[in-house]
Write a protein that binds this ligand. Structure first.
Ligand SMILES: Nc1ncnc2c1ncn2[C@@H]1O[C@H](COP(=O)(O)OS(=O)(=O)O)[C@@H](OP(=O)(O)O)[C@H]1O
Length: 261
């Protein structure tokens, strides 16, 4: 608006200028708010949830399924920060994280943390409220070590239920939606993952994600999967005898029988 201020008396000019400057200030304020909102909207944040293992148990499937959730942002790859790169700064670790909005949970995975005990206190020092997820499968085929030997190192620092959750890797293959619902509950996320966004691919014989635009995305199971060794039945029987009491102990600790017989 063009205003010839000379034609107005002093009070009116002051009031017009005053109004304009209030409007300008309001515009500046809303511009600043928009900029701030933009900054808050997309930042790299340290993870609030870390998948610690176990390798070959389905950690890739878990994190890719969780990536479907609008309130989750997942880090690509495995940073190995708390074991191999702990001499680097926390800012380096943050730079490995995805951009996320303030209402999203950032998830990261390094599938070989479980047996690296030095990692436990380091994660705790980063954030004592972080949530930890362990994926397990029958140790005879996949793990070659006993979960019972390691789990208590973690539960002493990250109590089960509140801070540590165990995912059944076999169920993640056969019935992922039920396992993912438990993960959603553990992370305090609204229920989102369902048959609408996870479907069974009959050709590949594996569950796959369905993107929001309707594209089916399958993990390359053949490339990812471990070549299961053919175990001599006598050796397998020996292994089962060895693992039996350790598995029972693990079931007791985590309060769930995984049915490895
Ligand atoms: N939905 C889906 N798609 C593809 N693969 C799936 C899926 N769910 C679980 N799995 C099983 O994950 C097993 C590989 O485990 P990881 O991803 O943890 O392996 S790795 O440590 O990251 O290399 C691998 O196990 P095996 O098939 O027994 O080899 C996969 O079958």
């Amino acid at each position: 608006m063009m205003v010839d201020i000379a034609t107005y008396d002093g009070k009116l000019v002051e009031s017009i200028l005053g109004q304009r400057s209030v409007q300008e200030r309001a515009m500046e304020h809303s511009r600043a708010k928009r900029m701030l909102a933009k900054q808050i909207a997309r930042q790299r944040r340290l993870p609030q949830c870390i998948i610690i293992g176990v390798m070959k148990c389905g950690t890739s499937a878990l994190i890719s399924f969780m990536n479907l959730h609008p309130d989750v942002a997942t880090a690509p790859g495995e940073s190995n920060y708390f074991n191999n790169y702990y001499n680097r700064t926390l800012e380096w670790y943050r730079s490995q994280m995805p951009l996320s909005r303030a209402n999203q949970t950032t998830m990261s995975k390094t599938a070989n943390y479980f047996e690296k005990y030095e990692v436990i206190d380091r994660i705790y020092a980063m954030d004592p409220n972080v949530k930890i997820i362990l994926v397990v499968r029958d140790p005879v085929y996949i793990y070659r070590s006993s979960y019972a030997l390691h789990i208590e190192h973690w539960t002493r620092v990250f109590p089960l239920g509140a801070h540590l959750h165990v995912v059944d890797g076999a169920k993640l293959i056969s019935d992922p939606i039920s396992e993912l619902r438990k993960v959603e509950a553990f992370l305090g996320l609204r229920h989102y993952i369902s048959g609408n966004n996870i479907v069974f691919d009959h050709e590949r014989k594996v569950y796959c994600r369905v993107s929001r635009s309707g594209v089916k995305l399958c993990l390359d199971k053949a490339a990812k999967g471990v070549k299961h060794p053919t175990i001599d039945p006598a050796a397998e029987a020996k292994l089962r005898t060895y693992f039996k009491p350790l598995n029972q102990r693990f079931y007791q600790i985590v309060g769930h029988d995984f049915g490895w017989t």
